[in-house]
Design a protein around this ligand. Structure first.
Ligand SMILES: *[C@@H]1O[C@H](CO)[C@@H](O)[C@H](O)[C@H]1NC(C)=O
Ligand SMILES: *[C@@H]1O[C@H](CO)[C@@H](O)[C@H](O)[C@H]1NC(C)=O
Length: 493
């Protein structure tokens, strides 16, 4: 190509113009970027195990690690947190210092301890490969799953008989990372057990009439008489949505203390039942070892009086019809939600956008994949076109569409959309229902989706509805493993 030379020079000039300490991980990276301010909330207070990379953007070994680390983050999505701290940032230096970071990159596995906010920190010194990292972190996922057999089932069911319980009947002896992660999501609200399909558990299998494996059942009232059988796929999001009918999963990170929401619909924090005793942790076989060092308490920023919530960035606005067809109404686009927002929207419209923004933000913080939400403003030509084609009424309309499968559905309301239809909870429930494929779907009318769309970019850009977690963590290495006999190289500080 004739222009290659010129382009390369231009690109080089562009790169040179960038600030030297641009962060190693982009905004869209699956690696969570943490700093001195949010370390406590995102990592130390979490019920999940994390791995944290302490790095400097200029460090060559850190750059070499980046692809493997991002791959590990993808493979661990929903199971553990993969985070990074830029130790070159002045404000992060005390945090890096408190962790005793002496070279880059330094990797530490941070596992919840027996007290909230007091995690157990261990160095990770294994191979700097995605597989090495994933295996080590999976090994440290807290296990709140009780293994139950015929002898212990009755006792377990009688334990806190008001608390919802979930039981996985499985052919496997080992507790999967997936089930452990589910027990973490519902820690304190649903007790999770696993029963293996062997001769020692025959009575338990009969009690629940279990004939196929794996089978998940939910006992919302904690008693065996009320079991609900899960018939979806053994994928995390769908299983969590199923269990959510008994209790909401713990928000992680926990909601910040101060809410700057002035809307009258402001969500009250969910009441925490502090009287709930019998922490399921006490029923697990795994004892949290204290042999590792306690976390330093990196309360660094002493000037900061209140913890402000991380505001949810608003969902994207589709400015043009073309954009609408590329991201949401194409022949190959997966599920997406459109908030058809009229000019000068009222409070309900604003609340709807706020709720979708919150839900999307929460999923991002959890590294959970979710189909996208967009605002389709009245000034976009697609607004009137869609309203006509789908015979939608005046004013605010909220729909989910799937171009590839040719269906659409409306946010359920009793007539027109009102404030109660667009609370965060209502939106979250609707999104979950779509994810589970529940509810009726309308067939998309002919001609709404352009047939000829052949844009190769689309497939990559559109997060299709694809559950994030597989039961077994699989890691395909593309890179040859680095030699691991000698200690990993560091760039000295
Ligand atoms: C539940 O537990 C309470 C107290 O531990 C007991 O009084 C009650 O009978 C139990 N209910 C059932 C259905 O087992
Ligand atoms: C951690 O688990 C406890 C129950 O033991 C729960 O109350 C809390 O909300 C969870 N925290 C997070 C951040 O998920």
């Amino acid at each position: 190509m004739v222009y290659t030379g010129a382009i390369t020079v231009a690109a080089a000039a562009l790169l040179a113009a960038l600030p030297v300490s641009a962060s190693l991980y982009s905004k869209s990276s699956p690696v969570i970027q943490i700093d001195a301010k949010n370390y406590d909330r995102l990592i130390a207070q979490s019920n999940y195990t994390s791995i944290v990379e302490f790095y400097a953007p200029w460090c060559g070994h850190c750059k070499n690690l980046q692809p493997a680390y991002e791959k590990a983050a993808k493979n661990l999505a929903g199971l553990a947190k993969v985070a990074a701290v830029d130790c070159d940032e002045d404000s992060n230096k005390p945090l890096c210092g408190q962790f005793g970071v002496q070279g880059f990159p330094t990797l530490k596995i941070i596992k919840p301890g027996s007290k909230p906010g007091k995690p157990i920190v261990e160095d990770y010194q294994g191979p700097r490969t995605a597989k090495g990292i994933v295996d080590a972190v999976v090994d440290k996922i807290p296990n709140h799953v009780k293994r139950v057999d015929d002898k212990t089932l009755e006792g377990w069911l009688a334990e806190s008989n008001e608390t919802a319980k979930a039981i996985l009947f499985t052919d496997k002896g080992k507790t999967s990372a997936l089930l452990k992660s589910i027990a973490i999501d519902f820690k304190g609200s649903i007790y999770v057990a696993q029963i293996r399909n062997t001769d020692k558990e025959k009575a338990s299998l009969e009690l629940f009439g279990i004939t196929k494996f794996p089978t998940l059942i939910l006992l919302p009232g904690g008693k065996e008489a009320e079991g609900i059988v899960y018939d979806g796929e053994m994928k995390k999001e769908a299983m969590v949505a199923f269990l959510s009918q008994a209790a909401a999963p713990n928000p992680d990170p926990a909601p910040a203390k101060v809410k700057l929401q002035k809307s009258k619909d402001a969500k009250k924090p969910k009441p925490k039942d502090s009287t709930k005793s019998a922490d399921p942790a006490s029923a697990t076989e795994e004892v949290l070892e204290e042999e590792a060092t306690e976390s330093p308490s990196p309360e660094v920023d002493t000037e900061k009086p209140v913890v402000l919530p991380e505001p949810a960035p608003p969902i994207d606005i589709l400015d043009s019809e073309k954009e609408l067809h590329i991201v949401c109404l194409g022949a190959k686009t997966g599920t997406c939600i459109l908030v058809l927002l009229p000019n000068s929207p009222d409070e309900v419209g604003a609340a709807a956008v706020g709720s979708f923004s919150e839900v999307a933000h929460r999923h991002r913080l959890h590294n959970r994949k979710l189909f996208p939400f967009y605002v389709l403003p009245e000034k976009n030509g697609g607004f009137t076109q869609l309203k006509g084609a789908l015979s939608l009424g005046d004013g605010l309309q909220i729909i989910a569409v799937n171009g590839r499968r040719g269906w659409w559905k409306k946010l359920p309301t009793d007539g027109t959309i009102s404030a109660k239809d667009v609370t965060e909870e209502a939106i979250e429930n609707w999104v979950d229902a779509i994810r589970l494929g529940e509810g009726t779907k309308e067939k998309m009318p002919e001609g709404l989706i352009p047939e000829e769309v052949e844009e190769p970019v689309v497939e990559d850009q559109i997060p299709v509805e694809e559950p994030i977690v597989v039961e077994e963590v699989k890691v395909e290495e593309t890179k040859a493993e680095e030699p691991t006999a000698s200690p990993e190289p560091h760039d000295e500080l």
